[in-house]
Design a protein around this ligand. Sequence first.
Ligand SMILES: NC(=O)c1ccc[n+]([C@@H]2O[C@H](COP(=O)([O-])OP(=O)(O)OC[C@H]3O[C@@H](n4cnc5c(N)ncnc54)[C@H](OP(=O)(O)O)[C@@H]3O)[C@@H](O)[C@H]2O)c1
Length: 293
Amino acid sequence: MQTRIGFAGLGLMGGRMARHYLEKGFPLTVWNRTPDRCAPLVAAGATQAKTPRELAERSDVVVACVSDPPAVERLVFAEDGLLAAARPGFTYLETSTISPSMARRVDEALRAKGARMLEAPVTGSKMGAEKGTLILMTGGPRALHDELMPVMMAIGSQAIYCGEMGQGSVVKLIGNGLISFMLAGLCEGLVLAKKAGIPQETVLEVVMASGYQSPYFPFKGAAIARRDWDTHFSIDLLVKDQTLALEEGAVHGVPMPGLAAIREVFQSARARGWGAEDIAAVYKVIESASGID
Ligand SMILES: NC(=O)c1ccc[n+]([C@@H]2O[C@H](COP(=O)([O-])OP(=O)(O)OC[C@H]3O[C@@H](n4cnc5c(N)ncnc54)[C@H](OP(=O)(O)O)[C@@H]3O)[C@@H](O)[C@H]2O)c1
């Protein structure tokens, strides 16, 4: 018998991730807060659940990819949430980027009902979700990580075990802290190049020929050059992750002055009404602060 998958959260990431389960022959049920977003997957063969509780009842493993801790709160703990259908043998795979404390809270509630949980936040963005090449960072029992490999490898190319529940989320927040620095550095550098009369392509050529390189720079650099703010990962969600990282820093007594300052730049982008745009659109904040129209 194939594992029956339930998928909750059909946004930019989840809609693409869920499709792999159908393509790989898993029986799939889907739930999304805005029900209409289920239509393309239902047309491709998935069943639609009316509530997260029904989703859990119909599934052996529920995979979630929703925005943030309040979304997980609604998904799991609401009256019609999936906790109401948690039972021995039921498993929850949490791929949303949330706080480590939220991951632990959900885990405790599920374990109290005999169910199991693995956190597995992902990286790879919209294209990684589309291609099924996400990298997953897991936290929870090592044996459950091993058992869920077929479920994880339907959407990803590698799952790295990070430790106990919550530690996968910490690693994910560290990663998105790095992205924040890389993007802020790229945007400041590209605006400086423009004002100094240096072609931005020249800067990217040097970056990619040298120890400065990361595939991230040509990816976002090309989007900036095209002024293409089509969302792969929204500014709103990166600010959510920066805030979660700063909170985690506070929990552990780690000052994070760099990330705190960079978050303010992204907050400016939200204040300008660009929160739903791609994180590359933060370029416009530096540009406008530099007096470029
Ligand atoms: N985009 C990326 O590159 C990327 C990469 C790695 C990880 N992530 C993480 O993956 C998660 C999803 O990201 P995304 O880019 O797919 O976001 P998205 O396109 O904004 O989708 C968000 C999903 O969460 C649902 N949702 C939001 N608030 C909810 C609530 N209160 N109750 C129930 N459902 C709610 C939305 O439902 P509706 O359709 O009803 O709005 C939608 O299905 C986030 O945790 C994000 O940080 C994103």
